[in-house]
Design a protein around this ligand. Structure first.
Ligand code: ADP
Ligand code: MG
Length: 941
């Protein structure tokens, strides 16, 4: 039962609304109150996107051409009184449907589970403390702490707002952001103009503030229209579309071949019924019906594997693109570094201080000239720490013994709070003396933020930000004697001090202040510099290895950071992104606008690996530049302003921990651990998945081609049909599927990261793959016809026995054939196919099915199998090994030789990817990842 919620909160004072909701803006709700409200108002959920029903998935299996063909086959059988065969065909339909159904439902359910993993966070104030909770836990009366980049998790009445702006297009369709303020509006104001309210599902793109939750779940405006929000149906991915297109093409080829075979057979005077059935069976055989199922399974498996390693894919097609990624643009803080910051240095006009102590320890000390000092006795140091704590949106939770048990907010700001706490300057106490009047949130373009505090007489403006930006707004510098003017020389010497500290890898901010009378005065004018603060943010250890892997894989990594050049370069060196002699970083502020880039500029930009002080706009332009060179670009981002770049990049990567909701929604992939390594892992998995898909397509098609060739050749030479219609169905719809599924879920081998990225334009099957299909298909055919010939002319077996031999040869040869799909450069007995336990499982299963087909009277009867005797079985076994032996001893070595011979064109690296793989140059082009940009063949799929 829903309890009452405040009516028309937009038209009333927020105090009234809060009072009616029995909550306080300063303290928020108590723990008990939260629980009782969750009971009363329910969890904050909208109508869930419905999971696909099992019935729907089952019906989906029947909507296919194969089933139609099989149904025709069954009808033909019944009409010609071949009841047993008709029933058999029906059974085949059932089995095939069952396999399809169970595979698809598994894949679908696991993708649905993945979708549920993406929870949305919300920051609230409860019992006086800031808390991160999930959106579902928000209850009416909660005080939301708002920040640009959030997506609202409930409807709320604004309590305070500082330059708050919301993008309400999801609700109102209006794409211009709306400014939000605290004062109430008229009762009759339409939704789009209620500036005192914020609504669930809309995004904050600027400013900060607080608001009291007035409605959750279905009671929100969004909840009330949520039945209108169509279930977001995943579109078919390009890959699935291409597989579909491939299927369509094969259908026509098949029908022509089937018709030809029927015609030929009739001309030779074979039984009409047999020929129609053979034609139909071949048609069924060639249509790659297994493809979509296996593809879905391969994608779902891959996505799960990625999710377990902290990469959440939000768009299925991203998987495919990931594998072709050739450029990764990454930011620095938190991705290459740990984002666990500690204040290490403070530089004021009076001296240079080092700070000791760990990230969350408040008992560190301040050292000046090798001597530990009391911060309280040093006014400038004290002032610096105070500004750092005031000009700050983070919060600490106190823990025992001088430790901090937890923190909310930007790690840089948390570090400043911890440093201040070491000098007994606690933010809550400071705020009692210097209450917050107004705040100017951190602006990623300006790279500064400011807070205004009344101190009884005047208003103190506390500013912190990127040193060169702050310095350019300072007219004075604070010394022990008070403010003195800042001349150009002094400015330069501060700047060079700043760069020196940056070269130590410290992340630098400057603190400045001024006093004003009117809190509405602009913040960044006529400031007095107080100090430079250097923060340490240790590089992530594991990144070095990932960068090595990326280099080997021909994936170019570019750092794009808002930080200053010296710091960026030092971190890049520390993790091994650049070497000593590499080109210097380019600073965004020195860059002309993109429209003015000359050819020479572009060359320089393409060759640079570190961009410092880049603006979100410049990120967009740089991505565009790389994309023009045919690169597939992945780009990381966390802020609201990164959203356009995330959308423009082929793979937008949002940070799960520190990223804003807006960035996450714009992204194709979310890194749950924010780690660079996860990107490289995802690229590897993208490659593995694509390769798996290509492999099972190759496998299924070569098996099918073998079947068609066998029947066609036998028809041409007027031999008995080596495989009968039902046998063809049995092979295709039962036994082929399992090895293909096993190939689809292969885990990949290390060699996959020793090759350059795949050409994004290349179809799933390039010409060389079609050649492979025909060659392998032909080898299998030779084995099968050979077995038929041997049993007829050497063993002199009767026709039925001979056909059993040729059927078994084909069936077993197809099983062995999976081993031919290994990478030609791999070892024949140790590769990822031999190492794939599912492959062995599939072989065992299919082997068992074949034994059953032979031994089980019912099945043997239907499939027309008779015991061919020991010799017959030996012939079948021997001839079935032919394609494997020829494949391993002749075809694969030949492929390897062709790929590594000096005549082979070298892989074309676009100028955008000047890095060539260092290790494994021999292995750069295997059957799957041949980088020779083959001319667009007419077999584009
Ligand atoms: P990054 O790419 O490292 O995430 P940012 O754009 O976050 O870079 O930061 C750029 C610069 O802005 C930093 O070098 C720092 O000087 C300054 N800065 C970052 N965060 C804050 C903040 N919360 N308050 C003030 N200045 C900041
Ligand atoms: Mg940042």
């Amino acid at each position: 039962m829903l309890a009452l919620l405040p009516a028309q909160p937009w038209a009333r004072n927020w105090q009234d609304v809060a009072a009616e909701l029995d909550t306080s803006a300063e303290l928020g709700l108590s723990r008990d109150e939260v629980l009782s409200r969750r009971d009363r108002y329910g969890t904050n959920c909208l109508a869930q996107a419905k999971p696909k029903s099992a019935w729907g998935i089952l019906l989906h299996q029947f909507r296919s051409l194969i089933i139609a063909l099989l149904a025709v086959a069954a009808l033909v059988s019944f009409f010609s009184h071949a009841v047993v065969e008709g029933v058999a065909v029906l059974i085949v339909i059932v089995i095939n449907t069952a396999i399809g159904f169970f595979t698809e439902i598994r894949a679908v359910r696991s993708m649905e589970a993945l979708r549920d993993l993406g929870t949305v966070p919300a920051t609230v104030r409860r019992h006086g403390q800031l808390q991160q909770i999930t959106a579902e836990e928000v209850v009416p009366g909660d005080i939301l702490v708002l920040e640009a980049g959030q997506v609202l998790s409930a409807d709320a009445r604004i309590v305070s707002a500082s330059r708050l702006q919301a993008d309400e297009s999801t609700l109102t369709g209006e794409s211009d952001p709306v400014a939000k303020h605290e004062p109430p509006v008229a009762v009759g104001t339409p939704l789009a103009e209620r500036t005192s309210m914020l609504y669930r599902g809309t995004a904050l793109n600027r400013g900060s503030g607080e608001a009291v939750v007035t409605a959750v779940g279905l009671a929100t405006e969004l909840g009330q229209v949520s039945e209108m929000i169509a279930e977001a149906e995943q579109d078919a991915t390009p890959l699935e579309e291409r597989l579909d297109a491939l299927g369509q093409r094969l259908v026509w080829i098949t029908l022509v071949i089937a018709a030809a075979i029927i015609a030929l057979g009739l001309m030779q005077g074979r039984a009409v019924l047999l020929m129609i059935e053979t034609g139909l069976a071949l048609a069924v055989a060639t249509i790659p019906e297994g493809l979509p199922i296996v593809a879905t399974t391969a994608l779902a498996r891959g996505m799960w594997r990625m999710a377990r390693r902290n990469a959440l894919i939000s768009r299925l097609s991203a998987v495919e693109t990931l594998g072709a990624t050739s450029v990764v643009c990454t930011d620095k803080t938190g991705t290459l570094t740990e984002n666990r910051m500690t204040v290490r240095r403070v530089v004021t006009a009076e001296g240079d201080y080092s700070v000791t102590g760990g990230a969350f320890e408040t008992d560190g000390s301040f050292v000046r000239d090798g001597v530990a000092i009391e911060a309280a006795g040093d006014p400038l140091l004290r002032q610096t720490l105070m500004l750092g704590a005031l000009c700050n949106t983070a919060g600490l939770h106190d823990g025992p013994q001088g430790r901090v048990s937890g923190a909310v907010g930007d790690p840089l700001e948390v570090a400043l709070l911890v440093a201040a706490a070491r000098a007994e300057l606690e933010k809550p106490h400071l705020l009692e003396h210097y209450p917050l009047v107004r705040q100017e949130p951190f602006d990623p373009d300006l790279k500064m933020m400011a807070t205004y505090h009344g101190d009884g007489r005047r208003v103190l403006v506390a500013v912190k930000g990127a040193p060169e930006r702050v310095l350019s707004r300072c007219e004075h510098v604070l010394t022990a004697e008070g403010e003195v003017p800042l001349d150009d020389d002094a400015r330069r010497s501060w700047m060079s001090r700043n760069e020196e500290l940056g070269r130590e890898g410290l992340r630098m901010v400057a603190a400045a202040q001024k006093y004003v009378d009117d809190p509405e005065e602009p913040p960044y004018e006529g400031l007095a510099l107080v100090a430079l603060i250097g923060l340490q943010d240790p590089p992530r250890q594991e990144v070095t290895e990932a960068l090595r892997l990326a280099r080997m894989a021909g994936v170019r990594v570019i750092m794009m950071t808002g930080d200053q050049a010296t710091t960026a370069q030092q971190v890049a060196k520390a993790v091994g992104l650049v070497q000593e002699h590499d080109t210097a970083p380019i600073t965004g502020t020195d860059l002309p606008p993109a429209e003015e880039w000359s050819a020479e500029d572009k060359g320089r930009l393409l060759g640079t690996s570190i961009f410092a002080r880049v603006s979100p706009r410049q990120k967009l332009d740089l991505i565009g530049l790389h994309q023009q060179r045919d690169s597939i670009v992945a780009m990381t981002g966390d802020g609201v302003n990164d959203a356009p770049a995330l959308e423009k990049a082929d793979i937008g990567v949002a940070m799960g921990l520190r990223g804003t909701q807006v960035a996450k929604e714009a992204a194709d992939m979310i890194l749950l651990d924010d780690s660079f390594n996860t990107i490289i892992y995802a690229i590897e998995q993208g490659r593995v998945i694509f390769r798996n898909i290509r492999r099972f397509v190759l496998y299924l098609l070569s098996c099918n081609v073998a079947e068609i060739m066998t029947v066609t050749l036998a028809s041409v030479v007027d031999a008995p049909l080596p495989i009968l219609p039902l046998q063809i169905l049995f092979l295709n719809l039962v036994t082929d599927v399992f090895p293909a599924l096993a190939l689809g879920v292969g885990e990949g081998e290390p060699g996959i990261m020793r090759r350059p990225p795949r050409d994004p334009h290349e179809p799933i099957l390039a010409r060389r793959h079609w050649i492979d299909i025909v060659i392998f298909g032909f080898t299998i055919t030779v084995g099968v016809l050979g077995a038929l010939g041997l049993s007829m002319f050497w063993l002199r077996l009767p026709e039925h026995e001979a056909i059993t031999v040729s059927f078994l040869t084909l069936a077993v040869a197809q099983l062995w054939h999976v081993f031919n799909l290994r990478d030609p450069n791999s070892n024949w007995w140790r590769n990822d196919i031999v190492g794939n336990k599912y492959i062995w499982g599939a072989i065992a299963l299919c082997g068992g099915l074949l034994v059953m087909a032979l031994k089980l009277p019912v099945l043997a009867n239907v499939l027309d199998l008779v015991n061919p005797g020991t010799m017959g079985l030996l012939v079948a076994l021997g001839m079935s090994l032919l394609p494997l032996v020829v494949g391993q001893l002749v075809i694969l070595p030949l492929k390897r030789w062709r790929l590594s011979s000096p005549q082979a064109e070298k892989p074309q690296q676009s100028s955008a990817t000047p890095i060539t793989p260092q290790d494994g140059v021999q292995e750069e082009a295997d059957g799957d990842f041949d980088t020779r940009r083959s001319p667009r063949t007419n077999c584009r799929t």
